[in-house]
Design a protein around this ligand. Structure first.
Ligand SMILES: Cc1cc2nc3c(=O)[nH]c(=O)nc-3n(C[C@H](O)[C@H](O)[C@H](O)COP(=O)(O)OP(=O)(O)OC[C@H]3O[C@@H](n4cnc5c(N)ncnc54)[C@H](O)[C@@H]3O)c2cc1C
Ligand code: FES
Length: 248
């Protein structure tokens, strides 16, 4: 790891030595090479993280538990183990303007998508509060609108309210939606997109054990049967999912 920087509540890690360039929405299984395990000495499984930028390769880490806290506290120069890029990322819809919809740490793969689009996109981003919302700067879209739970930045309320208003007031047939965030947010984004008939892809961040298709721990129901989020996802088409889609 060559750099580690605080971005509000989150930590942005820059790594080198990974050759294959990732596509937006793909992810890596990350671990530290040393001290990756509990006090009893048993190693933890590697944890899945979307890249936040491809060049340089960065990861935005929300320190929510032991693995993510260990990664967030890794020292510059420390060796990280990165398996990837894994999974299927966003598939750009030709002829439609990209509308990125993010919630909390779900901003990470959207930053990578904005980077791949050279900023030619719009973004609606929702956060809990101002320290989390500082990550919005990573999304280099031409237009960014914010919402927050406590009203400290942007509109007080949910990002899905911004989405519903945006589709109602503009030419919704011009857009394709690419979203990442908590599952209730993704379910609502999918419901709104289907109601307007707008193409929509949802990046799921459900827990994963192996990350490459071996354990079936990440299987979710779609209209056509179960899929493994780590192989057929983590990006799924909102039209493949019912209103309760994405359930494991
Ligand atoms: C494809 C993919 C991409 C991801 N990208 C990122 C990213 O860019 N940045 C980032 O910070 N995190 C990302 N995550 C989530 C990240 O993998 C988990 O937060 C991490 O594995 C937690 O590990 P832990 O050991 O810190 O905590 P754990 O001990 O595993 O869990 C700690 C707490 O977090 C909860 N939790 C664990 N995993 C999740 C989850 N996925 N969603 C909601 N709650 C969870 C647990 O229920 C528990 O309350 C991604 C997940 C997936 C599947
Ligand atoms: S995490 Fe093991 S099959 Fe997907």
């Amino acid at each position: 790891m060559v750099a580690s920087e605080a971005v509000g509540r989150y930590r942005l890690l820059t790594v080198d030595g990974v050759d294959q360039p990732p596509a937006p929405g793909q992810f890596y299984m990350l671990a530290t090479a040393e001290r990756w395990g509990g006090e009893e000495g048993r190693p933890w499984l590697a944890r899945p993280f979307s890249h936040a930028t491809a060049d340089p390769l960065t990861f935005l880490v929300d320190p929510v538990g032991p693995g993510s806290r260990r990664l967030a506290s890794a020292a510059v120069g420390e060796e990280l183990l990165a398996l990837g890029p894994l999974g299927r990322g966003f598939a750009l819809v030709e002829g439609r303007r990209a509308l990125l919809v993010g919630g909390g740490i779900g901003v990470a793969p959207l930053a990578a998508l904005a980077e791949a689009l050279d900023g030619s996109c719009e973004a609606l981003l929702g956060f809990r509060d101002e320290p989390c919302a500082r990550a919005a700067r990573l999304v280099t879209a031409t237009e960014v609108a914010l919402a927050s739970d406590d009203g400290s930045v942007g509109r007080r309320g949910f990002v899905t309210e911004l989405l519903a208003e945006r589709l109602a007031r503009s030419d919704h047939e011009d857009y394709a939606i690419y979203a990442c965030g908590p599952e209730p947010m993704l379910a609502e984004v999918g419901r709104i997109a289907r109601a307007w008939g707008v193409p929509c892809q949802l990046a799921y961040e459900a827990p994963m054990a192996c990350g490459y298709g071996a354990c079936f721990g990440c299987a979710v129901a779609t209209r056509t049967g179960f899929v493994r989020l780590c192989l057929e996802g983590p990006v799924l088409d909102a039209y493949e999912l019912g209103d309760t889609g994405g359930d494991g």
